[in-house]
Design a protein around this ligand. Sequence first.
Ligand code: HEC
Length: 138
Amino acid sequence: MKRGIIHKAALSVLGFAVLLGSATVCADEFTDKDLERWQKEFMSVVKQGDELFHGGLKSKNTVSCDQCHPNATSIHPETYPKFQQQLGKVAVLGEMINWCIMNPLESDPLALNDPKMVALQAYIHWERKDKPLAPGKH
Ligand code: HEC
């Protein structure tokens, strides 16, 4: 009986130590310098997306996104996933970007994790960053 109590006490001390340990790990996970570097990296991808959107994608028929969407503020990334009539299903933003790449731009679709696709999405989301999320909205 006594032994059991000691055991429990030892276990809670151990639990406390583990908690303390993980708190330290969390606090050390990133520094201001890391944040600065990540933000810089993110903004460089946004810039690539901006360039791709404004002609850099070099589509087969030379049409570019900005001929129909002057900039990404006229696109609504915050409403995805949503039902898209052109696709006949609930789609993510990348699928709709590919619809435009395959139809108006008459080019080959990008893999959803293609760096160009990531960059286009980073740019489009960045342009609308202040809009509240509204999944499914039309
Ligand atoms: C010839 C005109 C045209 C071009 C060029 C074009 N699009 Fe579109 N885009 C459309 C049309 C039409 C729609 C459908 C509008 C709708 O149903 O919401 C659309 C819709 C979209 C949507 C969904 C918008 C929303 O609010 O749901 C995205 C995202 C999009 N386009 C991205 C692109 C990107 C990225 C490019 C360049 C790779 C591009 N588009 C090129 C005509 C174009």
